[in-house]
Design a protein around this ligand. Structure first.
Ligand SMILES: O=C[C@H](O)COP(=O)(O)O
Length: 250
């Protein structure tokens, strides 16, 4: 039985002081949730948010990290820095990193390997654009991103991988994949994991859905057999809506 995993990606929102105030509210409002929970503040707020959520049921995540441990990488954040602050998980391969910052599958694969070697849990994002979906290539794109991103990663290391399927056309647009369409891709991705690893690995891997998940559609999405959680953007920025998402099963 896979435990539902709801993660909030705050993206480039909330100043450190706003982030601290928000995290304090979440610690209280989420304390009785029985889903696995993560929040990923901006890099500038991570240290202070770490202090606020210490000892709570919320995992501290980062939104990105560099592909190397240290050195001449102006503006980047190292895995060692994240670990030192108590970060336990990192989002890698997000479509905004792929499309705006030109991150390739090869670079994402390097980052994933580095994160795993430091025992970080990885939320590995994949997903097709609208153009790719309309061309009937959604599965093909997701399979390719999955294969390239997970290249060289062992079955043992897959225990620390969460796959986040985020159709790019649904991110921040208010358009959500229908539960049936999302389920079809999630099932296909799980099938790809079985092909690459084994049935056992495929059955255990958590596959989150991301893309305009809201309190109003979360139940239907989570009811699908291969959807095991959500990677949430906009609706993770407000205490009431993130709490409703975390407690969707109550
Ligand atoms: O990382 C989160 C996703 O990009 C989804 O964002 P959204 O919930 O605002 O559509």
């Amino acid at each position: 039985m896979r435990k539902t995993f709801i993660a909030g990606n705050w993206k480039m929102n909330k100043t450190p002081s706003e982030a601290v105030a928000f995290a304090k509210e979440l610690v209280v409002s989420l304390k009785d949730s029985d889903t696995k929970l993560m929040i990923a503040p901006s890099m500038t707020a991570i240290s202070q948010v770490a202090d606020v959520i210490k000892g709570s049921n919320i995992i501290l995540g980062a939104q990105n990290m560099a592909s190397v441990e240290s050195g001449a990488r102006t503006g980047e954040t190292s895995v060692l820095m994240l670990k030192d602050l108590g970060v336990e998980a990192v989002i890698l391969g997000h479509s905004e990193r792929r499309s705006i910052y030109g991150e390739s599958d090869v670079l994402i694969n390097e980052k994933i390997k580095l994160a795993l070697s430091h025992n970080l849990e990885v939320l590995f994002c994949i997903g097709e654009t609208l153009e790719e979906r309309e061309a009937g290539k959604a599965e093909e794109v997701c399979f390719s991103q999955t294969e390239l991103g997970l290249k060289g990663i062992s079955a043992e290391e897959m225990k620390n991988i969460v796959i986040a399927y985020e159709p790019v056309w649904a991110i921040g647009t208010g358009k959500t994949a229908s539960p049936e369409d999302a389920q079809a891709i999630h099932k296909a991705i799980r099938g790809k994991i079985e092909e690459l690893y084994s049935k056992e690995v495929a059955e255990k891997v958590i596959i989150q859905y991301g893309g305009s998940v809201k309190p109003g559609n979360v139940k239907e999405l989570m009811a699908q057999p291969d959807i095991d959680g959500g990677l949430i953007g906009g609706a993770a920025l407000d205490t009431d809506s993130f709490t409703a998402l975390a407690n969707y099963n109550k």
